[in-house]
Design a binder for this molecule. Sequence first.
Ligand code: UDP
Length: 414
Amino acid sequence: MRVLMISDHADPTSLTARTPTPLTTGSHAAGGQNVYVRILATELARAGVRVDIFTRRSSADAARTDTIAPGVTVVRLDAGPPGRLPRDSFLDVLPEFTDALCEHVNGQAFTYDLIQSNYWFSGIAGLRLRDLLGVPQVHMNCSFGHLRRASYGEWRNEFYAIREDAERRIARSVAATVVSSAWEGRLVRERFGADPDSIHEIPIGADRGFRPADRLGARRRLGIDERGPVVLFVGRPELRKGLMTLGVAWQTLRDRHPGMTLVMVGPDEASLAEDPKLRPLSDLLLEDPAPILAGPVPHTDLIDYYNAADVTVVPSHYEPYGIVAVEAMACGVPVVASRVGGLQDIVADGVTGLSVDPGNSTDLANAVSEIVAGKLGPVPLKAAVTRYRSHFSWARATPRYLQLYSDLVKSGVE
Ligand code: UDP
């Protein structure tokens, strides 16, 4: 089988970058979608499926094609002005991107059996290709316009109207929508009007290397205090990740637990200083003991960070899924997460972590203290690893994608 994957702005190679660039995962521009696309493609290829991932060429240095794993090729298409684009400006270059994609596909000696589109721009491009090739399209939303708008208090009415209209059209037109949680399934059904039979719930797992490992070794390699409790945050430096809530909670936690370390992966001083919405956080975090701001970290290096931690916090205001919570669970690390979006289906409250109200720094601090005091048991938490392996791992997800793809291809549904 040959799959055409579209990931408009999220280049899967960002995961491996060693030198932080604007596209390194964990920087402002790259996150969960980059991770998902790369792992899904690699997993499919391990099972013998050939995958070509089409994305926009966002840097003049980037090669036009890259083989990133056996059977997985990234094809970068020129669309619009050279260089990086703010994400929403992709709308302006979408027609050009789609034309380039159709032209590329038309010029090849082979064709594809199925399209997997990710994010709404790719969904629209996918609909045109689906009509061109006459093959089924499977869509993953990755994010939802109305939730993002609400969490930022944005009023770009025209943009969000276009986006929601497209999200609805995609949900009603594609052969299948893959959702990563029950919460997301309800949203796609109730808000976008997708046919319930076209919705397939397949959770996103963690990269296969994420598992419990020696905590002292991990702390030594990272230069983190070997005795005190370690709280970990992993995420892009964005306000909606709940960074202000965490900053305020940290004021309480550092007084309450002398010797506690907060490690923040993703944000660094520069990214906090450059975003006016995050600048107050830099002030909150300056006082001693200040958190370790690790900045963007290459994806597989994160395994040490998770294994060094006693608890991972995900204080997001909204979160369509929350791969970070899944990665922590895979390593047996308890999670304190906001009761929002897919996080509600990932965290088993009181068993693998604690759910808290978004934006409530007192709740967040108290939940971290309870976990550090041993409320859920010793780390690595067996219950977390068991739940990860039985519900979330790629070892379970990949066969379900393969089954879905092969059913669609056999039935000839478009
Ligand atoms: N990530 C990373 N390096 C970093 C920060 C984050 O590889 O420095 C990865 C993280 O491990 C996770 C993804 O980026 O796989 C973030 O996904 P999530 O669903 O939590 O958030 P999103 O970025 O989609 O908002």
